[in-house]
Design a protein around this ligand. Structure first.
Ligand SMILES: [Zn+2]
Length: 301
């Protein structure tokens, strides 16, 4: 068996050139995983689109419908940060089920990776910061509801706080939300996760890795999860235009390796999502997102 990988050809779609959001990165990441020999036909799993009824597990039905028919106001679209299009609609209904499928595969095989996901700024009834539907909250609620897991840890290492996830799941005792982020970064009004670790601007590899490792052990002890959903955002990278930390590529690799290995050593299945990452050079960006999948794939050699 190879590492189970979840992806879909519609994750990237024709998108306005020069937009701040790197929409091509999903397709480029799939291409990179193929080039590395990690993604083949037999370990590729494709999600099907969510229905509005399914998504209402984590979102207001009215909001889902209004997004679906392009009826959001200009103000709502500005906050979301992405221009509406049919392509955007399609990928937005696919990705939450991609994370759910990844989690189900992780429960079966121990580890699985989604080549998208981590839209943690999406709230119950509005989108924000390039996020429309919250795949993390949706997948966690679906798994609890179906009885596939009784306790879940969402371990969010994107450089920005997982505010939407924290708010949607604030009254869900079965799901523990942990966000390790740069304190002086978006969103400026923070939500309250079950555990928040706000990092100083400019933090480097050594202190960062120590914090991630200690925090993971602490929240596993506290939450006793049957599954970890890991947001491996690479916007912690030193040269990321939207991150304010000083983490190197080796630091990202050490982080991802440590999180995956800690979970597996404790026999806790882990599902990874790529989270945030920004760069005008989307090929270089896709290579950064590939790191977590490369580290997971090493377990299957
Ligand atoms: Zn981010």
């Amino acid at each position: 068996m190879h590492l189970p990988i979840v992806a879909h050809p519609d994750y990237s779609f024709p998108f306005p050139a020069g937009h701040r959001f790197p929409m091509d990165k999903f397709g480029l990441l799939q291409q990179r995983m193929r080039e590395l020999g990690i993604l083949k036909q037999h370990n590729l799993f494709q999600p099907t689109p969510c229905s509005a009824a399914e998504l209402s597990m984590a979102h207001s039905y009215h909001y889902i419908q209004r997004f679906s028919i392009d009826a959001l106001s200009d103000q709502e679209l500005r906050r979301m940060g992405l221009p509406w299009s049919e392509g955007l609609r399609q990928r937005t209904f696919l990705a939450p089920n991609g994370t759910l499928l990844t989690a189900e595969l992780a429960l079966k095989y121990g580890v699985a990776c989604h080549l998208a996901g981590g839209t943690h700024h999406a709230h119950y009834d509005f989108g924000s910061g390039f996020c429309i539907f919250n795949d993390l909250a949706y997948a966690a609620r679906q798994l609890i509801h179906s009885g596939k897991a009784k306790r879940i840890l969402i371990f969010d290492c994107d450089v920005h706080q997982g505010d939407g996830t924290a708010r949607i799941l604030e009254d869900d005792p079965e799901v523990f939300t942990c966000s390790i982020h740069c304190e002086k970064n978006f969103p400026h009004r923070k939500a309250i996760s079950d555990l928040d670790v706000g990092l100083e601007k400019g933090l480097g590899d050594g202190d960062y890795l120590k914090t991630v490792e200690e925090t993971l052990l602490q929240v596993i002890e506290q939450a006793q999860p049957e599954l970890v959903i890991y947001d491996a955002g690479v916007d912690v990278y030193a040269n990321d235009p939207l991150g304010l930390l000083n983490i190197t590529l080796d630091g990202i690799r050490a982080r991802d390796k440590s999180v995956i290995n800690t979970c597996l050593k404790l026999k806790i299945p882990i599902a990874t999502v790529i989270g945030g990452g920004y760069d005008e050079d989307q090929i270089a960006l896709a290579a950064r997102h590939a790191i977590v999948i490369e580290e997971a794939a090493k377990l299957f050699i």
